[in-house]
Design a protein. Structure first.
Length: 327
């Protein structure tokens, strides 16, 4: 691992073994995140974004979930080799996660301040209750909520304020890595912008590395340094923000951009990507995007294209990789 790489996922395979079949959720996923940077993970609903986040956090429900193979190196250590007890000490203190729905992520019968204190004291058992209470107040102030509101219940806060409380909980122990799983879901546009601005400011203030999971390329453009495109449980393109937005080479990435309205284009209609993602219980043997791709070749259906570095850490899984692509 490079010295500045904080997180490196290698060939991660996750399955859900159900009575209806085996769901192949993640298929040999590899990505990396450097210290102090924001990585955007983009993909359709069902692509495996949340599964990837939960696998890094070791929160895959077992059963039916199984991490079949691969490694997740964090700060030089493979998290998949950690015991459950050791992993509990890592969560919250070194790696934290903001879950999708702020409405259901808080305990409705506890003061928000108590919920922040709970995280602080679980990782700092020697800390006095008065010190933890003061720290909780500081965290609320940091995310723009007056400290005196610590003695209020979640139902007394708006959706955006609840999301701020969740961010305060996630950052209470100053983790090195923050995973934000669609942190602006169910929030109106104005509050979305405020929450994302706050995450950026806290990243600069605390030097926290962030994985930002989203399906919104506008959010990615404004907030991320690097981007990984996830499709049917596979990373199909990974590179810097400029690589993905200006020099993408995978047909699926091109399809994502064509389906977004553009002020520079006079097109009368958008060009949606035709078809649907393949059934994760019955994935094709070759390229997972071959049935929807306008550039499909016979070899695409027969074998999985290799993940190729087309230059400067820009990785593409496509037979067109390094040949100009489609971007």
């Amino acid at each position: 691992m490079k010295n500045n790489v904080l997180l490196e996922v290698k060939d991660l395979v996750v399955r859900y073994e159900t009575d209806d079949g085996v769901v192949q959720a993640l298929n040999s996923v590899s990505l990396s995140l450097q210290q102090g940077r924001i990585l955007g993970v983009v993909g359709e609903t069902g692509a495996g974004k949340t599964t990837l986040a939960k696998a890094i956090m070791q929160l895959i429900p077992t059963p039916p979930g199984v991490i079949a193979s691969g490694s997740v190196f964090f700060d030089g250590q493979d998290l998949l080799t950690f015991s459950k007890q050791h992993m509990r000490s890592v969560r919250g203190q070194q790696i934290s996660m903001i879950f999708q729905d702020p409405m259901t992520s808080l305990n409705p019968v506890m003061f928000v301040g108590e919920q922040i204190m709970e995280v602080i004291r679980s990782h700092n058992p020697e800390m006095k209750k008065s010190e933890a209470r003061a720290k909780a107040g500081e965290m609320l102030e940091m995310v723009g909520i007056p400290a005196e509101r610590a003695v209020e219940y979640p139902h007394q806060f708006s959706g955006g304020m609840k999301q701020r409380v969740i961010i305060a909980i996630a950052l209470a122990c100053n983790p090195k890595l923050l995973i934000a799983d669609e942190p602006t879901t169910a929030l109106d546009v104005t509050i979305q912008a405020q929450v994302l601005d706050m995450i950026r400011e806290l990243k600069q203030k605390l030097d926290t590395s962030i994985i930002l999971i989203t399906h919104d390329l506008g959010v990615v453009a404004q907030n991320c340094d690097d981007v990984a495109i996830l499709y049917a449980g596979e990373i199909i393109e990974h590179g810097s923000l400029r690589d993905i937005f200006k020099a993408h080479q995978h047909p699926y990435t091109e399809g994502l951009f064509k389906s977004i309205p553009s002020l520079a284009s006079k097109a009368q209609r958008l060009e949606p990507i035709k078809g649907l993602m393949p059934d994760p219980t019955n994935l094709p043997s070759g390229c997972k995007f071959s049935d929807r791709c306008q550039h499909t070749k016979p070899e695409c259906r027969d074998q999985m294209p290799p993940f190729v570095d087309v230059g400067g850490g820009h990785w593409v899984r496509c037979v067109l990789a390094g040949k100009g692509g489609v971007g």
